[in-house]
Design a protein around this ligand. Structure first.
Ligand SMILES: [Zn+2]
Length: 500
């Protein structure tokens, strides 16, 4: 076949042909190497990670920065970020009449893989309970619920590359009874059938999508009916599985082993990532990345770990707190040897200044760097699995680095509703500290003195001025500054008029 002929053949492949190739696997509960590819999108080598979006973007990363400075080949998007005002009003995204509306809406590059699920990762526990047909969500205007049918219709309209089936998981509930677990598995099965049925109604010219089936965070015998039916009549309709509890991977039927595994089991640290990879997990969404960035923590670890200096008995920190004034005069890169945009163009002192001044750019640069560190981490992991040294490399990583990410010390950017647990929503305290406060009598007196006033001389003024922002204006008299400013504008206008 000529090259042209084979190219045409590729073009004719149905667009939704998601392919997962296992490149290396050594057993059921062992690390494995793979490649997830879809025509027209960049492949994702596994183990690997995809970006965790908030309202369609990686926090702090604008669309052009995403293209220029990040090397993220796929993103996870939650439908709950887009269905505000439902059911009273049609969410704007559904009125967007273009091919691949979700991708266009969030201006995601054409070659980035787009995975859609119902809930953010990690989700906020919704006080609206799931029912047989509906799932509780947190939209930007409050808790709502959507039906399985609505979800399927939304997927058809939004045309992601991959959709994760609805899972009935009572998030936030500490103990779940046996009966409730039965329900979880029944509902999840029904909802998966709904999305498969919706896909079968697609017209030929409509863009299709691949389906990932949720595997519930309960023991296998409690979801055995669901798993059995999944194998009996749905396994050829799904292209992957979404796993909510990695430690139940040994319960996974053999017939599902060839499918890519997307982890919804949020890892708290790089160590936990390694543990999940060790059990054979493939694709990750990593919430600790953005958490570290918000906290002003620059991730600083490599895999395999550098060889341990025998002289030092202390373990190295997984990150550097950029709020620390120790960096105020440091002109070294954020982390030695990193080749990201932030490390090659800027130094720690600048980052420390940006954070102290609460400049948005500070978090942008840290986010770029943190993604680069994680990308290098996964590249190292794949090389290590390939070389057959993964287990030993994990052991030395654990010996070299501290077990948890450093604690947050500085202030993060303004927090949003979805960054709170639902029970915290009802609390009276302010979620963000007040940016301004009123001065006390003493402070006002000091300020007045600084402005050459004596507070007791003008008692009537005290009643008039109740906003500290006005204090500086007290002595300001009308000057002809305004006239000076106005003059050139007046001239400009005349010139323009003359030209016209
Ligand atoms: Zn860097």
């Amino acid at each position: 076949m000529s090259i042209e002929a084979s190219v045409t053949k590729l073009d004719q492949l149905p667009q939704e042909m998601l392919e997962f190739t296992l490149l290396k696997t050594t057993g059921a509960l062992a690390p494995r190497l793979g490649r997830l590819s879809l025509a027209g999108r960049k492949s994702i080598l596994t183990p690997g990670f995809i970006g965790n979006t908030s309202r369609g973007v990686l926090p702090h990363v604008s669309q052009d920065t995403f293209r220029k400075s990040l090397n993220v080949n796929g993103v996870y998007v939650a439908l709950e970020d887009f269905v505000e005002k439902h059911p009273q009003k049609t969410p704007p995204i559904f009125s967007y009449d273009v091919p691949e509306p979700l991708r266009k809406f969030i201006t995601l590059p054409q070659d980035t893989l787009l995975i859609l699920g119902a809930r953010r990762n990690p989700p906020i526990h919704s006080p609206v309970p799931n029912t047989n047909t509906e799932v509780g969500l947190l939209t930007s205007v409050g808790f709502r619920s959507i039906s399985s049918e609505y979800y399927a219709a939304a997927v058809r309209k939004l045309q992601p590359d991959i959709v994760v089936g609805l899972a009935d998981i009572p998030f936030g509930q500490e103990s779940v009874g046996i009966k409730r677990k039965d329900k979880m598995s029944d509902r999840t099965e029904n909802w998966l059938r709904d999305i498969i049925a919706k896909k079968s109604t697609l017209d030929e010219e409509e863009k299709g999508w691949s389906i990932f089936a949720p595997i519930l965070p309960i023991d296998r015998d409690l979801q055995s009916w669901y798993l059995e039916h999944l194998l009996e009549d749905m396994v050829d309709k799904i292209s992957g599985i979404a796993i909510y509890d990695t430690y139940l991977l040994d319960d996974l039927p053999d017939q599902l082993h060839h499918l890519p595994r997307l982890s919804f089991h949020a890892p708290a640290s790089p160590h936990e990532l390694l543990r999940q990879i060790g059990l054979g997990m493939d694709i990750f969404i990593v919430p600790f990345l953005a958490d570290a960035t918000d906290a002003g923590i620059v991730l600083d670890f490599t895999f395999p770990a550098p060889s341990k200096d025998e002289a030092s008995s202390t373990r190295k920190s997984l990150g550097i707190d950029m709020w620390s004034e120790a960096h105020a005069i440091s002109v070294t890169p954020l982390s030695e040897g990193c080749t990201c945009y932030a490390c090659t163009k800027h130094h720690r002192a600048y980052l420390q200044h940006l954070l102290a001044a609460k400049e948005m750019l500070g978090w942008v640069l840290i986010q770029i760097h943190n993604h680069a560190i994680l990308e290098a981490f996964f590249t190292g992991i794949r090389a290590s699995i390939d070389a057959g040294t993964f287990a030993a490399d994990v052991a030395s990583f654990e010996a070299y680095y501290e077990p948890a990410l450093p604690e947050k010390t500085g202030q993060g950017p303004r927090v949003r509703g979805y960054q709170f647990k639902s029970e915290e929503h009802s609390k009276k305290e302010k979620k963000n500290p007040r940016p301004f406060r009123k001065f006390g009598e003493q402070e006002i007196a000091t300020l007045r003195a600084a402005h050459g006033q004596q507070s007791n001389m003008k008692p009537q003024m005290r009643d008039v001025i109740d906003d500290e922002a006005l204090l500086g204006l007290v002595d300001m008299e009308y000057s002809d500054t305004n006239a000076d400013v106005a003059a050139p504008i007046e001239n400009l206008k005349l010139e323009d008029d003359a030209k016209a």
